[in-house]
Design a protein around this ligand. Structure first.
Ligand code: GLN
Ligand code: ZN
Length: 777
C-alpha cells in the first residue's frame, strides 16, 4: 500500500465481486433512442438528460438486485451517452480547436456539443473513429497537440457518481486511464513532425489530479482507471521507457491528497510487463481470459486484485469451478482476490432471460451481462465460503449447463466433422493464378479497367419496410420474394444504364451481411434483444454460433441467378467470408476458432459450387473483418493469419479456373497484412483507398502483388459525389503504380447506407472516368 493511502480506508467494506462495466445502451436501447431524439430535434437537452439518467438509475438498481452491494463501490459507474473515450477527452479539456466554441463557460461540454464532436456538423469534421482494441466497439480518437490545454474541465462523471449516491448507491466511477488515453490519441493536424501525444503525459496528469480530487470531494472511495493500452503491443512498442512513464504517472496520482483508492484495469490481454510499475495503486483488475496471472506474483502483494475470470466478451456460461480454482491459486500472493469480469460487459447483450424465442436448451447455456453479474457474485460467495456448502448448488448448476452443451446434438455433427477430416491439401489449392487468368479472360471478356461495385445498393426505406412487414407476418413469403425480384430488376437495369461491366444483384434480401447467412445456416441462432453497442447510437445483434455448421439449402443462389437472367453482362455472386462471419458473431468457446472457421468455409464452398452451377462466373467473398480480428499480441498473429487464410481458401478453392474469385477488404492497411492478402489467392481484391489518395497502391506495387486489385476510387462513407476528373486523377495514379491489366474500378465499399441520388451520380462519374483513362492506355 502506498504511503499516501487515502484516509478512512479501513472503514469502507471490501467488495466480494465486481464487474468492470455494464452495457450503456439500456435493455430496450433507451440510450440510442434518447440520443437520436435529441439529434432529430424531437427532444431537448433536459429531456435527453433525464432519459439517460433513467438508464443509469436502472443500471445501479439492477446490479444491486443481482447481488452487488449498494455501499461498497463494487457497482461501476460506467455510463456513457456516446463513447467513454470522448467523455474522457471532454473531462480533461482535450477539445480540439475547431470545437472550442462548444465548450461552456464552466468547462462543461453538453450532450449536443459532444454529439457534434462525435458526428460532425456542416463543415466541422467529427473526431475520427476507430476500433477499440480487438473488439467490435469503436471509439472516437482524441486529437492531441503540443498546446492542448489539459485541465479537469467537464465534471459529468462526478455528477453521475453523485446522482447515484443521492439515490443510495456508492458506485465506483470508471474513467479511461491517462496512459491509454494518450496511446489511443492521434497527433492533432498541423503539429510538429514526429510529435507523440504520450509526450504530454505530465501535463495531462494535472487534469487527472483534478478529476480524482473532485471524485474524492463527492465521496467516491474507489475510482477505476482503464488502461487497456498497456496490453496492446502495437501501442506500447512505440514508446520507449513506457513502464517508467506508467510508474511515474501512478505515483503522481497516488499522491493526490485524500484521493479515492485506485483500481487500474488492463482488459483485452496481458499487461504483465507493466504490473510492477503499478505499485502505487491499491487495486489491479486482470483479464484472466485473454491474459494470465502474473508470472511474478509479488507485483500483486498487498493489493485488491480483480481476477477477471468471467469472460466479458462472450455469451457462454463460464466454468465456475475452474474459475474458482484459478482465483484460489492467486489468493496466496495477492492481498485480496475478488472475482470479476475480464472486460467491461459492454460487449455482451443485457439479459438472456428475455430471449424467449431461443430454444430453451440453448438459452440454458448462455450468459449475457445480467447472468455474468450473477456469476461473479456466486464466485465471490464461493471464495468467501471455504466449505462451499452455500454455493454448491450454484456451481453444480453451471457445471451441468456446460456438460449439457458439450454433448448436445447439433453441437457436434459427425457428418460435418468427417467431411472436414477427409479433406486433402487439394481442397485448399487452386491452379496457378497465371493459368486462371487466361481461363477467366476467355470466359469473361472484360475490358481493361473493368468497372464494378462492392455488392450492396442503397437499402431504401421501401426495402426496410418490406422486410419488417415480412417478419411481422403481414407480407407473405411469396409477396416478399416478388418485391425483391422487382428490386433486383431495378438495380440491374440501373447498372446497365450506367454502363458498369460487372453487375451485382444489390443484396436487397440482406438485413446484415453476417446475420443473413447466420439465419440460413445450421449451427447459428439469432436473438431478439441481443443488441450490443458498436459505436455511439449504433448497435449490432451478433448471431450466436453454437454448433457445428452446415448449409441445409442454397442461400444466395436464387437471387444471383435471377439477376443474371436479367442481363447479358456478367453478374458477380456475393458471399460473406468465414472470418467475417466469425468476427461478427458470438463464437463457441469449446473448439479452436480455426475449426469453426473451416466449418463455415465448407458451407460457403458448397454455395460457391451452386453459384457456378447456376452460371455465375464471378463470386466475391467479402472479408472486411480479416484485419480486424488480427490479434493484439504479435506472437499470436501468425497462427491467426494461418487459420483465417486457410478458411478463406477452403471456401473458395473449389472454384473452377474460369471462375473469378473476388474478395473485398474494408480498410487500406494493405502493407500490414499483405502476406495474408496474398495468401487468400483471390483473383481480384478490392480495398479502401480513396481517403489515402491511392497511397496504398505503393504497398501493392512494392509487394509485387500480381493479381487484380480494385482500389476504391471514392469514399462511400460520405454523401459527397466525386467528379469524373477527380476519379480520372486517381485512376491515372493507380495505373502509374500498378500495371493497368491488374486494376479494377470500384467504390470503397458497399452502397447500402447511401441514397440513390448520390449513388447514381457517383457511379456515372466512375464509369466515365474509367472510359477516359482506358482510352489513354
Ligand atoms: N458486399 C458487402 C456490401 O456491399 C460488403 C460490405 C462490407 O464490406 N462491409 O454491402
Ligand atoms: Zn467494405
Amino acid at each position: 500500500m502506498s504511503q499516501n493511502a487515502p484516509t478512512g480506508h479501513t472503514q469502507h467494506p471490501e467488495w466480494n465481486a465486481t464487474v468492470l462495466g455494464y452495457p450503456r445502451i439500456g435493455p430496450d436501447r433507451e440510450t440510442k433512442k434518447a440520443m437520436e431524439a435529441l439529434w432529430a430535434g424531437r427532444a431537448d437537452l433536459a429531456a435527453t438528460e433525464s432519459a439517460l439518467a433513467a438508464v443509469r438509475a436502472r443500471t445501479v438498481r439492477r446490479l444491486n438486485a443481482l447481488g452487488l452491494p449498494a455501499h461498497d463501490a463494487s457497482i461501476p459507474s460506467s455510463f456513457s451517452a456516446y463513447d467513454q473515450v470522448l467523455d474522457t477527452a471532454v473531462a480533461v479539456g482535450a477539445v480540439p480547436e475547431r470545437f472550442a466554441d462548444l465548450v461552456g463557460a464552466d468547462g462543461r461540454v453538453d450532450l449536443g456539443a459532444c454529439s457534434t464532436m462525435a458526428r460532425g456538423r456542416g463543415t466541422l469534421a467529427p473526431l475520427e473513429m476507430t476500433k477499440w482494441f480487438d473488439t467490435n466497439y469503436h471509439y472516437l480518437v482524441p486529437e492531441i497537440g503540443p498546446t492542448t490545454a489539459f485541465r479537469f474541465a467537464d465534471d459529468r462523471g462526478v455528477r453521475e457518481f453523485s446522482e447515484a449516491l443521492a439515490d443510495g448507491f456508492l458506485t465506483r466511477p470508471v474513467v479511461v486511464g491517462p496512459v491509454t488515453f494518450l496511446l489511443l490519441a492521434k497527433a492533432a493536424d498541423g503539429g510538429p513532425e514526429g510529435f507523440a501525444p504520450i509526450s504530454r503525459l505530465e501535463d495531462l496528469l494535472a487534469a487527472y489530479e483534478g478529476l480524482l480530487a473532485a471524485h474524492a470531494a463527492a465521496g467516491a472511495t474507489w475510482v477505476q482507471l482503464d488502461e487497456p493500452g498497456l496490453v496492446s503491443e502495437s501501442a506500447t512498442a512505440r514508446v520507449d521507457g513506457l513502464a517508467d512513464l506508467v510508474r511515474g504517472a501512478y505515483e503522481r496520482l497516488a499522491a493526490v491528497p485524500g484521493r479515492p483508492r485506485l483500481l487500474v484495469a488492463t482488459p483485452y490481454g496481458d499487461a504483465q510487463e507493466f504490473l510492477g510499475a503499478l505499485s502505487a495503486v491499491e487495486g489491479i483488475a486482470l483479464d484472466l481470459v485473454e491474459g494470465s496471472a502474473p508470472a511474478d506474483p509479488s507485483v500483486l502483494a498487498g493489493k485488491t486484485v480483480v481476477g477477471g475470470v468471467v469472460d466479458g466478451r462472450n455469451v457462454w456460461r463460464g466454468d465456475l469451478e475452474e474459475a474458482r480454482e484459478s482465483l484460489r491459486r492467486m489468493q496466496g500472493s495477492a492481498g485480496r482476490v475478488v472475482p470479476g469480469t475480464s472486460t467491461s460487459l459492454l460487449h455482451v447483450p443485457h439479459d438472456v432471460s428475455r430471449e424467449s424465442a431461443l430454444p430453451e436448451r440453448l438459452r440454458g447455456w448462455l450468459s449475457f451481462a445480467d447472468q455474468k453479474v450473477a456469476e461473479v457474485v456466486l464466485l465471490g460467495r464461493a471464495l468467501a465460503d471455504p466449505d462451499g456448502s452455500g454455493v454448491a448448488a450454484g456451481l453444480a448448476d453451471s457445471a451441468a449447463a456446460r456438460a449439457d452443451r458439450l454433448g448436445a446434438s447439433g453441437v457436434v455433427r459427425p457428418q460435418v466433422r468427417d467431411r472436414l477430416a477427409a479433406l486433402t491439401p487439394d481442397a485448399f489449392r487452386r491452379s496457378d493464378h497465371a493459368v486462371r487468368r487466361v481461363a477467366q479472360e476467355t470466359a469473361l471478356g472484360l475490358p481493361l479497367l473493368p468497372t464494378t461495385t462492392i455488392g450492396s445498393f442503397p437499402q431504401t426505406s421501401e426495402i426496410r419496410r418490406a422486410r419488417a412487414a415480412r417478419s411481422r407476418g403481414e407480407l407473405a413469403q411469396e409477396g416478399y420474394e416478388e418485391f425483391l425480384r422487382a428490386e433486383i430488376d431495378r438495380v440491374v437495369q440501373l447498372q446497365e444504364e450506367l454502363g458498369l461491366d460487372v453487375l451485382v444483384h444489390g443484396e436487397p434480401e440482406r438485413n446484415d451481411m453476417v446475420q443473413y447467412f447466420a439465419e440460413q445456416l445450421d449451427g447459428f441462432a439469432v436473438t431478439e434483444h441481443g443488441w450490443v453497442q458498436s459505436y455511439g447510437s449504433r448497435g449490432v445483434r451478433p448471431p450466436i454460433l453454437w454448433g457445428d455448421v452446415s448449409r441445409p439449402a442454397p442461400i444466395t443462389v436464387p437471387w444471383s441467378r435471377y439477376a443474371a437472367s436479367r442481363t447479358a453482362k456478367p453478374v458477380k455472386g456475393m458471399l460473406t467470408g468465414p472470418v467475417t462471419i466469425l468476427a461478427w458473431s458470438f463464437v463457441r468457446d469449446d473448439q479452436p476458432l480455426g475449426d469453426t472457421a473451416n466449418q463455415v468455409a465448407l458451407a460457403l464452398r458448397d454455395e460457391v459450387a451452386d453459384l457456378e452451377a447456376a452460371g455465375i462466373g464471378i463470386v466475391q467473398v467479402d472479408e472486411p473483418a480479416l484485419r480486424e480480428l488480427l490479434p493484439l499480441r504479435t506472437a499470436d498473429q501468425a497462427a491467426y493469419l494461418d487459420w483465417s487464410v486457410t478458411a478463406f481458401r477452403l471456401a473458395t478453392a473449389g472454384a473452377a479456373d474460369a471462375t473469378q474469385v473476388h474478395t473485398h477488404l474494408c480498410y487500406s492497411e494493405f502493407g500490414e497484412v499483405i502476406e495474408a492478402i496474398d495468401g487468400l489467392d483471390a483473383d481480384v481484391t478490392s480495398i479502401e483507398a480513396a481517403r489515402s489518395r491511392m497511397e496504398v497502391l505503393e504497398d501493392v506495387a512494392r509487394a509485387g502483388f500480381a493479381r487484380g486489385i480494385g482500389p476504391g476510387v471514392y469514399d462511400i462513407h460520405s454523401p459527397r459525389v466525386p467528379s469524373a476528373e477527380e476519379v480520372v486523377g486517381l485512376l491515372r495514379s493507380a495505373v502509374g503504380s500498378v500495371p493497368a491489366p491488374q486494376v479494377w474500378v470500384n467504390p470503397d465499399c458497399g452502397l447500402k447506407t447511401r441514397g440513390y441520388a448520390e449513388t447514381t451520380e457517383s457511379l456515372r462519374n466512375l464509369v466515365e472516368a474509367a472510359r477516359t483513362v482506358r482510352a489513354e492506355l
